[in-house]
Design a protein around this ligand. Structure first.
Ligand code: KMH
Ligand code: ZN
Length: 293
């Protein structure tokens, strides 16, 4: 064992498994942006599958999915989610991660039922957070039940962490119910949400230092923190999430024209950092996701 290649990272160590390559997750749609205002947002199943293929070609390995109804409004309709999972599996080899966060207006039962669409993976937010002028509610009993269900159904959770209290709740959850399906803990630091932790390098380092030993992590910078968080995450040995769920500006005064251009930029920066984008199969191996195709 050398200092560069420890058998298992110590608690708080900034490097992580998969450190020679970068996992890029694309979050193409989200629940917040309005198609009428953001025409490039993929909202139909055809648009989503086309986006997924483009993002796979650009370097994405995971797709974080929110869907919309026929009027482009967020929905957790289980039949539509099931069709979406199937279409993404048929059209790509991406890991399909369904959002269990939904929209701030979605109820807990609907959010729990997302797992019935049999995704490979799901998001699992570890606490309640102010979300702009709204509240994104994730009380402990809901978190615990959702996590227990992921284990029963064999869905790999990604722990979404919007603030440091949620990192403490992640430890509480793992202490209470044990390791996730697949045996590996992977987190996503969601930074720059008004109400959550800021998207700064100092905050990122602090959050990473508090993660469970051996966990891998990606980071997401919302809005104008998108690019600084990419640089901070790459410098600290982490992985990346990008997409129009998190930012609709490519640069000051220049709207995003496609999710693929955000993935291309992330992949280019990962390449410069000497940690090129990993394939979905490499990501499956790192995350403990079995191939359901
Ligand atoms: N739309 C946000 C309220 C997730 O996908 O798990 C929650 C969210 C998190 O996007
Ligand atoms: Zn989401």
């Amino acid at each position: 064992m050398t200092a560069d290649h420890p058998a298992r990272p110590a608690a708080g160590r900034l490097s992580s498994p998969g450190k020679d390559a970068t996992l890029i997750t694309v979050a193409p749609t989200g629940a917040e942006s309005d198609k009428a205002v953001v025409p490039a947002l993929p909202v139909t199943l055809d648009e989503l599958v086309t986006t997924a293929k483009e993002c796979r070609a650009a370097g994405a390995a995971v797709i974080h999915v929110h869907i919309r109804d026929g009027r482009a409004r967020p929905t957790l309709d289980i039949a539509a989610l099931t069709d979406t999972v199937r279409a993404l599996r048929e059209g790509t080899d991406l890991i399909v991660q369904l959002s269990t966060g939904g929209a701030v207006t979605d109820g807990f039962e609907q959010r729990l039922a997302v797992l019935d669409a049999s995704p490979d993976a799901c998001s699992l937010t570890c606490g309640t957070v102010n979300f702009g002028a709204e509240v994104f509610a994730n009380p402990w009993p809901f978190i615990r039940e959702l996590y227990a269900r992921t284990k029963e159904l064999g869905v790999v959770p990604e722990f979404e962490l919007f603030d440091m209290g949620q990192v403490a709740t992640l430890h509480r959850l793992l202490d209470d119910l044990g390791a996730p399906h697949g045996g590996h803990v992977h987190c996503d630091l969601v930074m720059g949400v008004p109400g959550g932790m800021p998207g700064t390098a100092a905050q990122l380092v602090q959050a990473v230092a508090a993660l469970p030993p051996g966990a891998t992590w990606s980071a997401t910078g919302v809005g104008r923190t998108s690019v600084p968080v990419i640089f901070a995450a790459l410098a600290a040995g982490g992985h990346l999430r990008v997409g129009m769920e998190d930012t609709i500006s490519f640069a000051r005064g220049r709207p995003v024209t496609s999710n693929a251009e955000l993935v291309e930029r992330a992949a280019a920066l990962a390449g410069l950092a000497q940690r090129p984008a990993m394939t979905p199969d490499q990501a499956r191996a790192m995350l403990g996701v079995s191939d359901r195709r």
